[in-house]
Design a protein around this ligand. Structure first.
Ligand SMILES: [Zn+2]
Length: 98
């Protein structure tokens, strides 16, 4: 999987920024975060395996989908769903090709 510099989620365009250090969001250290109003996804760029970085990207995208779909998922639901979605994408790359 290639993490893009920009991603469109529903009607919103997001810029994907890599951060050279831990992402701190609401005083918690995490691997990434998403700001809906400004359209920014931040991902920790250091000390993360490729798998963790990609999983963090999918996690923030699921938050973005939750925002446009107004599904009001909890953080735990986003975590579990994004792990499943990441595995689906990673394990089945052929389904996304024409
Ligand atoms: Zn989250």
């Amino acid at each position: 999987m290639k993490i893009p510099d920009k991603v469109k989620i529903g009607f919103k365009d997001y810029v994907v920024n890599r951060v050279d250090g831990p992402v701190i969001s609401d005083r918690l250290v995490c691997y990434g975060d998403i700001t809906y109003d400004t359209g920014v996804i931040r991902l920790q760029n250091v000390d993360l395996s490729e798998d963790m970085e990609q999983c963090a990207f999918i996690h923030e995208c699921v938050h973005g989908i939750d925002d446009v779909a107004e599904t009001n998922l909890t953080e735990e639901q986003v975590e579990k769903f994004s792990k499943g979605l990441y595995a689906l994408i990673k394990d089945n790359p052929e389904i996304f090709k024409k």
